[in-house]
Design a protein around this ligand. Structure first.
Ligand code: ZN
Length: 158
């Protein structure tokens, strides 16, 4: 049995037009245990080939990122199907059901008695451009193996 690898890396995520979506720069690097599906597939398969100190731009297609846009998750729902006290405003997010992993919907538009919601991940259909720099690469330690995920330099963090 091989011990999973943990990498710590800084990243800047942009879309294909160069607009920044997210970045770790100025903060802590992100630590992940590789091969566990904790990060998008397109990164999970490239990071094992990189060494500490390596910098690379990794382009991830929606297939290996957050998936294609699914039109069936774009719904029009009558307002009266929401709880009376629901905060319905553009941009509000809610989980469709209390189960863990249930899709999260975002309110996109309010029109008359209809609420337009979208259950796609906000990055669905987006080609992801990651600028990555590996700051640490090592085997998972005992505590990480027991938890099934990576810990940063400060140890357990949640
Ligand atoms: Zn933990």
């Amino acid at each position: 049995m091989s011990i999973p690898t943990v990498v710590g890396f800084h990243y800047t995520l942009k879309d294909k037009d160069g607009a920044e979506i997210d970045s770790s720069s100025g903060g802590h690097p992100l630590y992940v245990m590789l091969g566990k599906g904790h990060i998008v597939q397109g990164l999970d398969k490239v990071l094992p080939d990189m060494k500490q100190g390596d910098k690379r731009t990794i382009i991830v297609s929606p297939d290996e990122g957050y998936g294609a846009v699914n039109d069936e998750l774009r719904l029009r729902v009558p307002r009266n199907q929401f709880p009376a006290d629901a905060n319905l405003a553009v941009g509000v997010q809610f989980q469709a059901s209390p189960e863990r992993g249930a899709p999260v919907f975002t309110v996109m538009k309010l029109e008359g008695d209809d609420v337009f919601i979208d259950g796609n991940h906000q990055l669905a259909g987006v080609e992801l451009h990651f600028d990555v720099e590996i700051v640490e690469k090592r085997p998972a330690n005992q505590e990480e193996l027991a938890h099934g995920h990576a810990h940063g330099p400060g140890g357990h963090h949640h």
